[in-house]
Each structure stands twice: as C-alpha cells, then as structure tokens.
Design a protein around this ligand. Structure first.
Ligand SMILES: [Zn+2]
Length: 336
C-alpha cells in the first residue's frame, strides 16, 4: 500500500505526463478549415517525414529517423538492411517478408484548425483557432503527398516561397473528410482563392506562431532491440504465410499464386512507401471486415487479411483508448 505522500506524488507525475502530451489532432468526418504552419527552424521544411516499417500494432520506427547532429548521418537500420537484401530474393517467402517490413513513410504537419471564421468581402478571416495553438497532424503517405503538392504549387508562391504557410500571405485550406473507416476514408483539400493572414492582428499572429511544434523532436527511431525483435517476428510470419500459400495453391491447383507481388516490388524499390495504390484498393473491395476505426494508419497488409484480423481487434481497443485521450479536446467547429 502506498502512503498518502506516495499517492500524491503518483498523481502529480500523472498530471505532469498529461501536461507534456503532444497536441495531436485527427479529423473526423466533416469539413475543416486549416492553416499550415511555416517552418519551425531556419531554412527548414514545413513538414516532417517519418519513416517506419510494418503497420498497425507491428509498427516500428526506422532507425534512419535518427540523424547525428554533428555528422548529419542517419543511424543504421537493421530492418532496412534486410529490405535491401530482399531486393534480389524472388522466393515467395522473400516477397512476403518484403511486404511485411519494407520502409514506408508518413508526414507530420503543424496545423491550426479554425474554430471561428468570419467572411469579410469574400475572404474568410479566422477569429479563433482550436485551443489557440498549433496541432500536429499525422498524414499517411497519400494525403501527405497531396498536401506537399499544394504547398509546392508555384501559383501560391508568388509572394514568397512559404506559399500557403506564409503568416501574412498564406491561405486557408478547406479539408473535407468523407468516410470513417480505414478503407473508405477520403480527404479532399481545397485552397482558398484569397490570401489571408493567420490573424488580422499581428501580435496575436506572433503569439500563436510560438506554439509551433518542433517536429524534429517528435520523431525518433525505435531502439535496435525493438527493430531486431520486429524483424525476427516478421521473418517467422513470412515463413508461415509462404507455407500457407503453398498449401492453398496445391489444393486449388491454380497458378495465380503470385498475384499481387511482382510489380509492387519494382515500383517500390527505393522504398519510400507502398501505400494506397489503386491496385491495392481493389483487393480491399472484397475485404469483409469493414471496421469503423477512425484513424489514418493505412496499411498494406492486404494479402495478410487473416493474419491481421486478429491483430486489428487488439489494435482497435488500443485505438479506442487513445481516441478517448485525444478526444477530450474535441469540440464541434462553427465555421461561419
Ligand atoms: Zn529502416
């Protein structure tokens, strides 16, 4: 039994941890107006790439996320090394393993979510943003690239290379999320025609800019132990999957075993990601477990449905828990 003092200390430490909680944001079905933050360091980018292996519960963060400040070199990653070896491995097991462990990426962004907007002469001027601060949005590869595309558009960069993120001459983005499941979720982004400042008031703008998150500090690679454990687990899984495939194909006497592997490999050789290709989408159509989980962690486990369905259940409860945490700040947005 803890003493009263210990209990108080325990409660304090909980509170402190909660206070440190990163300001993540996720978007439910609906329409939102966002403002993307400018770089958090001089000459920096406005987003942060995050490299990972696997998906769902089995996700590990690539060691290459860690960059030595002095040398600028990336930490060596055992999983990446294995992925490289698999380049020339055409065995079924090799292909299975490749799809389980190849390196993928997602993007982190500093965003302001408008909470109160006034329309003045055709422009939308934001009066208030959610929590009056920047949040971190984690976008899976496909949506991340859409945002990058918008950001890099020359039309929006006439005044400054900061484009849509410029505090004074930037633009609001209208984000619409349709669908709520992992497979039917769709985001559309539309950039407002008119440039607008973050706030009309420059001081208020300065203040809110101070809440930008240093996204370099949010990301780090998993430990070598974790990466090795992940690799061991996936090696085993690939072996099982390859054997299952063999057994099935023997039963059916069919020769379509390789269906969706070959061209994936060519396309992804430099291993940025393999998310969300239309081809993959199709194979999802006959996926019967249409769960309504509300998250962005798209994954490429299509050929592993059965393997993952168990895992998904576990993750679902974990996600639900996490969502509870995230949602205590969620309020309805009144856009106009
Ligand atoms: Zn790696």
């Amino acid at each position: 039994m803890r003493t009263a003092k210990q209990v108080r200390e325990y409660m304090d430490s909980k509170k402190r941890r909660k206070g440190k909680k990163r300001p993540w944001v996720s978007f439910k079905k609906g329409t939102f107006f966002l403002r993307v933050g400018p770089p958090w360091k001089k000459k920096g980018e406005v987003w942060k790439d995050v490299l990972f292996h696997g998906g769902f519960k089995e996700k590990v963060y690539c060691a290459k996320n860690d960059i030595d400040e002095d040398t600028g070199k990336q930490r060596k990653c055992v999983v990446c090394r294995r992925v490289a070896e698999l380049k020339h491995d055409r065995s079924k097991r090799g292909k299975k393993l490749w799809s389980l462990i190849n390196q993928r990426s997602e993007g982190l962004w500093n965003v302001l979510v408008a909470k109160k907007i006034k329309k003045i002469g055709g422009s939308r001027i934001v009066k208030r943003y959610r929590d009056n601060k920047f949040h971190i949005w984690r976008a899976s590869y496909k949506w991340h690239m859409l945002l990058v595309d918008i950001f890099s558009d020359d039309d929006y960069r006439e005044k400054s290379i900061l484009g849509i993120t410029h505090p004074k001459y930037g633009r609001l983005i209208k984000l619409v999320r349709e669908g709520s499941g992992r497979d039917d979720t769709n985001y559309t982004f539309r950039v407002m025609d008119k440039t607008t400042p973050i706030f009309k008031d420059e001081e208020k703008t300065e203040e809110i800019l101070k809440t930008k998150v240093n996204l370099d500090k949010v990301v780090s690679g998993s430990s070598d132990e974790e990466l090795k454990a992940f690799l061991r687990k996936m090696e085993k899984k690939a072996k099982v999957l390859a054997r299952q495939d063999d057994e099935e194909s023997q039963e059916e006497e069919s020769d379509d075993v390789d269906e969706d592997d070959d061209d994936d490999r060519e396309e992804d050789e430099d291993s940025d990601d393999d998310d969300d290709r239309p081809k993959k989408k199709h194979s999802r159509d006959d996926d019967e477990d249409d769960e309504d989980d509300d998250d962005d962690e798209d994954s490429d486990e299509d050929d592993l449905d059965s393997q993952y369905s168990k895992m998904k259940k576990g993750v679902k409860s974990k996600k639900a828990k996490r969502r509870e945490e995230e949602d205590d700040e969620d309020e309805e947005d009144d856009e106009d």
